[in-house]
Design a protein around this ligand. Structure first.
Ligand SMILES: Cc1cc2nc3c(=O)[nH]c(=O)nc-3n(C[C@H](O)[C@H](O)[C@H](O)COP(=O)(O)OP(=O)(O)OC[C@H]3O[C@@H](n4cnc5c(N)ncnc54)[C@H](O)[C@@H]3O)c2cc1C
Length: 382
């Protein structure tokens, strides 16, 4: 199949039924004031919300029943995800587990890891973070230096990660570490491990973002022991696993709905009789969103068939996050509002919040330059 072939996918009836069910759950949550719709839905950490969502059966829906899931399709998960994001639900606690770490464990984890960890993730009582990036190894992930050395019964990890979202409040990290030489391909000698955050020899240190929030961290490992049954896949096969994981990380609606709440507020601000300029801009935004949604659903369909659409996922992330970056700029043109974190004005606050977060949209999960270079390679241009 050509990398540009995004087959049109219609969501099955069962996905639309689940959409109504999660919508009802979310309406109840909002009516009972259990959460206020968040502007940064999937990075807002709320363990209580995730636990209620898990109890209602909406986390890990694609996983088999024996591991706490419901054996639903990726397209059903797609509909659930859209609703969560559109409602501004605080999904940050369970997001990484539901989106990528759980599926990764399901495919490559040991029986012990699957049996012990997956049900906790599906219940929304345990959470995951992703320990890939290091100082000087972000885009060039294959150059990671954190080392895992074989010891009796497992491996000892020593090194440092950076930008690790929620490391200070999750239960497990999937850590990419070097177990051998890079080899000629530069992609050899890497292995993924599930690290229990209560282990000895692991210490997160806060990094505050532009908006002053503490979401990501540096994480230091000093001879941190990881048992053999917490190796993900085969030793030395980490690169292939990471590449597969990124298809899950980059293709979902979270890559174009990060500032959906600001978009909704914009529509409210311009009201039912927008002028010509607002009509054109908002119409263009809606059509971009509709195209992104179709592409993302198409990838969900491919994932259901067991494919690894890494290049298509890179395209969704590149186009999706470019859209997200453009939202505050378009809002600025259409509504004369000064972004402010201290004004008693919801819209000014929404703008300030989004303007401060927007630069991260195109960095997290792989930068635009790296995605473009992957797409070019997929097209045979490099
Ligand atoms: C909000 C947020 C949350 C994050 N959460 C996590 C997390 O939980 N876990 C985790 O592991 N990481 C996380 N990251 C890290 C993220 O994956 C990296 O920031 C990203 O991959 C870029 O790596 P870097 O910061 O080292 O930048 P660099 O790789 O140093 O890149 C700097 C600039 O150089 C450009 N560049 C680099 N190499 C090339 C090249 N070959 N060709 C052209 N241009 C190039 C890049 O595009 C970028 O513009 C997070 C980042 C953010 C912003």
């Amino acid at each position: 199949m050509s990398v540009f072939e995004f087959q049109s996918v219609a969501l099955p009836k069962v996905a639309e039924i689940e959409r109504l069910e999660i919508r009802e759950f979310l309406q109840r949550e909002i009516a009972e004031k259990r959460f206020e719709p968040h502007r940064c839905s999937w990075s807002s950490f709320d363990a209580g919300f995730s636990q209620r969502l898990g109890a209602a059966g909406f986390i890990g829906v694609t996983w088999p029943e024996q591991y706490g899931g419901r054996g639903a399709s990726t397209l059903t998960r797609f509909a659930i995800t859209e609703e969560l994001l559109a409602a501004g639900a605080p999904c940050g606690a369970h997001w990484a587990a539901d989106r990528q770490s759980g599926p990764q464990l399901l495919k490559y984890g040991s029986d012990e890891a699957k049996t012990k960890i997956l049900p906790q993730l599906a219940a929304g009582t345990s959470f995951f973070g992703i320990g890939m990036s290091e100082p000087n190894s972000g885009s060039d992930l294959a150059s990671v230096k954190t080392k895992a050395v074989k010891v009796d019964g497992g491996y000892a990890i020593t090194g440092q990660k950076i930008w690790t979202s929620n490391a200070h409040r999750v239960d497990y990290l999937i850590v990419l570490a070097r177990t051998g030489d890079r080899g000629e391909s530069r992609h050899e000698g890497l292995t993924q491990f599930v690290v229990d955050m209560t282990s000895d020899g692991i210490s997160p240190r806060a990094i505050h973002d532009l908006a002053g929030n503490h979401e990501f961290n540096e994480v230091f490992f000093d001879d941190c022991f990881v048992p053999d049954d917490m190796i993900v896949g085969e030793v030395g096969e980490g690169w292939n696993l990471v590449t597969g994981e990124l298809a899950f990380e980059r293709s979902g609606p979270d890559r174009f709905l990060s500032d959906y709440q600001l978009f909704r507020e914009l529509v409210d601000q311009v009201g039912p009789t927008p002028d010509r300029c607002a009509s054109i801009e908002i119409g263009a935004m809606v059509s971009r969103l509709a195209s992104l949604r179709k592409m993302s659903a198409s990838i969900a369909g491919m994932l259901d068939q067991g494919a690894q659409p890494a290049v298509q996922a890179a395209m969704v992330k590149e186009l999706g996050t470019a859209f997200e970056r453009s939202v505050p700029e378009i809002v600025r043109k259409l509504v004369p509002v000064e972004p402010s974190q201290i004004a008693h004005d919801d819209f000014a606050e929404a703008m300030a919040d989004t303007v401060l977060r927007a630069p991260s949209f195109t960095l997290r999960g792989g930068t635009r330059e790296i995605l473009k270079s992957m797409i070019a390679r997929g097209l045979g241009l490099r």
